[in-house]
Design a protein around this ligand. Structure first.
Ligand SMILES: C[S@@+](CC[C@H](N)C(=O)[O-])C[C@H]1O[C@@H](n2cnc3c(N)ncnc32)[C@H](O)[C@@H]1O
Ligand SMILES: *[C@@H]1O[C@H](CO)[C@@H](O)[C@H](O)[C@H]1NC(C)=O
Ligand SMILES: *[C@@H]1O[C@H](CO)[C@@H](O)[C@H](O)[C@H]1NC(C)=O
Length: 242
């Protein structure tokens, strides 16, 4: 089976060879990164529709982590600001994303969300949040981001650094299917194509393992099957307290 899987995966690799070449000569990424924010904005409507209950239940806990000066939330890989509608009244939000092309869509979501204050947008990878001070935020939020990050452990380390003691990291991420399933097989086979059309996303990651070894003092993690594309239906949802 492993052999068949490798052959099929190579086949997919050959089919997307033209894209690999475009990527190699530096054409693909700049083009796709311009287009992706619009795709993401379209998908957000569907995702928020289908994940509404999950998001509501999760983000209802945000106010528990407010400090005496209120609640400051840092979004890592903020995209278009899909989670703004779930944030409590009066909260301050700092947004980071490595793709600067999200900025105008994010700012328009910020302007529409009169219940919160978008303090700043920082162009940065989650692996290097040096523009955010240590211990300066009450909560960090990542939704559908760790599947794409280059180095998940480094992102989690940065998240822990910027959180104040007792602050919490909220996450919703899709994760790999069980190893013995067909879905896992398919996730492996399509990976070489998926990364180009999913902005570098890996469907085969087991992000819960990274969270477990990140040494948060408390980890509340649930495995759910999300009503999204069946290819990425397995998700983890929860929060980890520093
Ligand atoms: C699928 S989108 C999700 C956007 C948004 N969080 C949402 O839920 O709608 C993935 C986002 O992660 C960002 N991203 C990619 N690599 C990243 C990294 N290393 N660190 C932080 N964000 C990253 C992308 O630019 C993109 O905005
Ligand atoms: C992290 O990002 C800052 C700018 O935001 C940059 O000056 C610094 O060199 C980066 N650090 C690493 C290790 O890449
Ligand atoms: C977690 O804690 C253990 C034991 O204290 C330590 O060995 C390990 O390096 C820590 N891991 C991280 C990612 O901080």
């Amino acid at each position: 089976m492993a052999f068949v899987r490798s052959v099929l995966r190579s086949l997919v690799g050959i089919i997307v060879l033209p894209v690999t070449i475009l990527q190699y000569i530096g054409f693909w990424d700049p083009l796709y990164k311009r287009f992706f924010p619009y795709l993401m904005r379209r998908m957000t409507t569907t995702i928020n529709d289908k994940m509404d209950k999950v998001k509501k239940k999760l983000f209802d806990r945000l106010p528990d982590f407010a400090s005496s000066s209120g609640l400051t939330v840092l979004e890592v890989g903020c995209g278009t600001g899909a989670n703004f509608q779930y944030y409590p009244w009066g909260c301050k939000v700092i947004c980071t994303d490595p793709n600067p092309n999200f900025e105008h869509l994010l700012r328009s979501s910020g302007a529409e969300s009169t219940h919160l204050k978008l303090e700043r947008f920082v162009v940065a990878c989650g692996e290097n949040l040096s523009q955010v001070a240590s211990g300066s935020v009450d909560a960090v939020v990542c939704t559908f981001v760790l599947c794409t990050a280059q180095n998940v452990d480094a992102v989690l380390k940065e998240i822990k650094r910027v959180l104040r003691p007792g602050g919490a990291f909220f996450f919703i991420e899709h994760v790999a299917a069980d190893k013995e399933t067909w879905l896992h097989f398919i996730q492996h086979v399509i990976q070489p194509a998926w990364r180009y059309f999913g902005d570098g996303c890996y469907p085969t990651r087991d992000t819960s393992a990274n969270l477990e070894k990140a040494n948060f003092s408390e980890l509340n993690l649930k495995h759910i099957i999300a009503p999204l594309m069946s290819l990425i239906k397995y998700h983890i949802v929860g929060y980890a307290v520093k």
